[in-house]
Design a protein around this ligand. Structure first.
Ligand code: HAM
Length: 429
């Protein structure tokens, strides 16, 4: 029989222990930043009704990228391609019991049927940060600050990443002013603008022309891409979105955070539910050209579930694939991701097995990562195993040490050895 492949399914990854250690480390850093800013962790199911995405996520994600199937009970089920509809559903289900504004985060895995490429896979872990129940730009700012602080916590500075910010309301108003088009037409234009950097220029122009834009209008749009927030806002001063943008940037400047941020009229976001501020965070290294974070304000997702509900949300998603590329490219991964001591208790035949078990348990009870060698190989083999499994120390307790009430502790990096009284063993690392 032909052997089965050892390769994981296209676009997914196996996480061997070293890979898990890295992922746990960087999401650990992320968790600490968010918990310090009073965000609380939640989670939801991997399977949802397909309708959830059909409603508001937009055609590309819902129809082309969502893995879906019909279950035995004839339900149309989707494997989650994103978390925002789930969190909106969860908030809607308990809206009378929850205290708003609420600040939540989650780090689930997502599945999207994508053309796999650098920074984009079919399974990825995605940090989701969302604030519900705050209608002003203050929550937008809180999310942007969280995104900046996450990258700063790894030691990143403004030369390494850029937060690109726009506003959907403003975008719609500007498109209406340039073309006389309605909000629905502006949505079609936004789809073309969203793909702008992913397709050749002539395709971009052809798509806009097909939507009825003249060469002059396309040129006007071009002039907006390089504008500062004040220049752009001046074109449409009556737009509520312009006011939101100006307030946001003014506060970013006061906080000295504007050095990480730029206004970018080309950021519109591919998902349909955004209604206000939208932003993406990019790695400044050209080889990592896919967005690392993407998010924005969505004013009416909770309303999909509860009639007349008015709970606005704002948030962002950040994938593990692009973050890892960023950390590697800018050399921000700590050389010793693990850090703490890891001990192997070695064994000899002349000492009762339970003595080693008790010693190992004493170490573990003190929170020291430790394992007892499984098996009865020669000491040299046990030492070899300790080195290969990245142990920092070994404990040696033969008949002689046992009789003297000590454990010989060897530091594998410095090769220092010393006898430690058994009662003091937990202080030896
Ligand atoms: P999104 O732009 O689709 O937004 O994804 C956000 C981030 O998830 C991206 O910037 C990227 O880091 C990561 N990501 C997306 N697709 C992939 C992929 N195929 N492979 C690897 N990483 C990927 C959303 O999903 C919104 N639901 C985010 C949000 C939360 N908006 C408000 N709250």
């Amino acid at each position: 029989m032909e052997k089965l492949s050892t390769q994981p399914y296209k676009g997914t990854r196996d996480f061997y222990p070293a890979d898990m250690q890295l992922r746990n480390w960087f999401f650990g850093v992320v968790r600490r930043v968010l918990e310090t800013a009073a965000f609380e962790e939640y989670n939801g199911p991997m399977l949802e009704s397909l309708d959830l995405y059909a409603a508001k996520s937009g055609e590309e994600l819902a129809d082309k990228q969502t893995y879906n199937f019909t279950d035995r009970g004839n339900r149309h089920v989707a494997i989650r391609p994103e978390m925002t509809p789930t969190v909106a559903r969860m908030v809607a289900a308990k809206m009378n019991d929850l205290t708003f504004p609420l600040k939540w985060f989650s780090i689930p895995n997502m599945y999207r049927y994508e053309a796999t490429q650098r920074g984009r896979l079919r399974e990825f872990w995605q940090l989701n940060v969302d604030i519900f129940g705050c209608d002003t730009y203050e929550a937008d700012l809180d999310c942007i600050i969280a995104a900046i602080n996450i990258l700063r916590a790894f030691g990143a500075d403004e030369t390494m990443f850029t937060v690109r910010i726009n506003n959907r309301r403003f975008f719609n108003d500007v498109i209406a002013a340039i073309t006389g088009k309605t909000e629905d037409d502006a949505k079609a234009v936004s789809k073309v603008v969203d793909r702008r950097n992913k397709v050749p220029r002539d395709v971009y122009e052809k798509d806009l022309t097909a939507l009825g834009l003249t060469a002059e209008q396309i040129a006007k749009l071009d002039s907006l891409y390089g504008m500062s927030v004040r220049e752009a806002a001046a074109l449409c001063p009556a737009s509520a979105g312009a006011g939101e943008l100006l307030a946001l940037f003014e506060m970013l400047e006061k906080l000295g955070l504007d050095r990480y941020c730029v206004f970018d009229f080309g950021i519109v976001r591919g998902l349909d539910y955004y209604t206000g501020t939208v932003f993406e965070v990019f790695d400044n290294a050209p080889e990592n050209n896919r967005a690392m974070f993407g998010g924005g304000r969505y004013d009416n997702l909770v309303g999909l579930f509860v009639k007349n509900a008015k709970i606005s949300g704002v948030g962002f998603g950040m994938g593990d694939v692009t973050l890892e590329n960023f950390l590697i490219t800018h050399d921000l991964i700590l050389s010793s991701v693990g850090g703490a001591a890891k001990v192997l208790v070695t064994r000899f035949d002349d000492v009762p097995y339970e003595e080693y078990l008790k010693l190992t348990e004493t170490l573990r009870a003190a929170g020291i990562v430790s394992s007892l060698y499984l098996g009865s190989k020669k000491f040299g083999k046990q030492l070899d195993y300790a080195v290969k499994t990245n142990c920092t120390h070994i404990c040696v307790m033969g008949g002689d040490e046992l009789a003297r009430g000590v454990v010989r502790v060897k530091n594998l990096a410095t090769r220092e050895e010393r006898d430690v009284p058994k009662e003091e063993i937990t202080k030896a690392f």
